[in-house]
Ligand binder design. Structure first.
Ligand code: C2E
Ligand code: MG
Ligand code: MG
Ligand code: MG
Length: 288
């Protein structure tokens, strides 16, 4: 304890308390963040917004799709990473409300783009809890109708972990979504636990290779083998294959040679707020 106190004092003066109560403090901070997130959602204060990252159609060379990624800037000016607060939202159940906000925002955005003459597909990330929730389906259906967005412009991205939670119920929910006309994408493929046997049972349209296989694709023979065989496997099973985490021209070129269907990554663009995304799109020159 003494050592803890010394360490703490070395850090900033009155932190003995902080250290001795480290876990409680962390717990409190999490509660506080969940509470803030709840408020940010309720008041639509502008703290939360969607960023859009282009997905390049490797066949046409065009950008016809984006992934929508949530961003949060707390009232104290601090950015919180979605990995952190999505996790908290899942643990606290707030995810259901958060996803509803995301769905309304993204479908609304796709609708206003359509209205302005821009046909852009969008992918939305959701969690296992959303899929298990009946409201999710009807909320999505209502949003599509309200904004006059054809369902096939929307893709739902789910990770392997989210997809296999409550397996049967989950698969039925995915089938219902598909019958609505939305696309289903298996996100972060290759780092989870989907066996090949299960893969063929999943009602999906798209496989999204995890970025761990893509970030250093240009340098790694192993990654090239994995990516090439996954693309072939995906195609033979009838899926479209997307690579996320494309950070350089060489990797993009390799993916093109491997007949990957879509590429997404910092090499093309980071996720951008609506206006910046449109500016980027306006000056985009085909790279493949
Ligand atoms: P994800 O769905 O796998 O999203 C891809 C992540 O990779 C994004 O991180 C994106 O910014 C990042 N990324 C894209 N290209 C590159 C690249 O070239 N290099 C590197 N190093 N990273 C790249 P982000 O936005 O921080 O989101 C992290 C995760 O948080 C997402 O992973 C997703 O699981 C979750 N998430 C984000 N937005 C939402 C949302 O609206 N709802 C839900 N449920 N989850 C979300
Ligand atoms: Mg995703
Ligand atoms: Mg991913
Ligand atoms: Mg991920």
């Amino acid at each position: 304890r003494a050592l803890i106190a010394v360490d703490a004092a070395a850090q900033d003066g009155h932190e003995v308390y902080y250290y001795q109560n480290g876990e409680d403090e962390a717990h409190l901070e999490r509660l506080q963040i969940i509470d803030e997130l709840k408020h940010a959602l309720k008041n639509d204060s502008g703290q939360l917004f969607m960023a859009y990252q282009p997905k390049l159609n490797m066949g046409s060379g065009k950008i016809d799709k984006v992934e929508a990624l949530i961003r949060w800037k707390r009232s104290n000016g601090q950015w919180v990473s979605p990995e952190f607060f999505i996790d908290l939202a899942e643990q606290s159940g707030l995810i259901v409300e958060l996803t509803q906000w995301v769905v309304s925002t993204v479908v609304g955005q796709v609708g206003s783009w359509l209205h302005e003459g821009l046909t852009m597909k969008a992918a939305i990330n959701v969690s296992a809890q959303d899929i298990a929730n009946k409201e999710f389906f009807s909320h999505l259906e209502r949003a599509l109708a309200k904004h006059k967005v054809p369902a096939n412009l929307i893709t739902i991205e789910l990770t392997e972990r989210d997809m296999i939670e409550n397996e049967e119920q989950g698969i039925n929910a995915l089938k219902a979504l598909k019958s609505l006309g939305v696309m289903i994408s298996l996100d972060d493929y290759g780092v989870g636990q989907t066996s090949l046997g299960r893969l063929k049972m999943l009602p999906i349209d798209e496989l999204k290779l995890d970025k761990v296989f893509i970030l250093k694709l240009n340098e790694s023979h192993q990654d090239q083998c994995i990516v090439q065989s996954t693309i072939s496997l995906g195609h033979q099973l009838g899926f479209s294959v997307v690579a996320e985490g494309v950070e350089n021209a060489e990797s993009l070129k390799l993916l093109k040679q491997m007949r990957c269907d879509y590429a997404q990554g910092y090499y093309l663009s980071r996720p951008l707020p609506t206006k910046e995304f449109l500016d980027w799109l306006g000056s985009y020159n085909e790279v493949v």
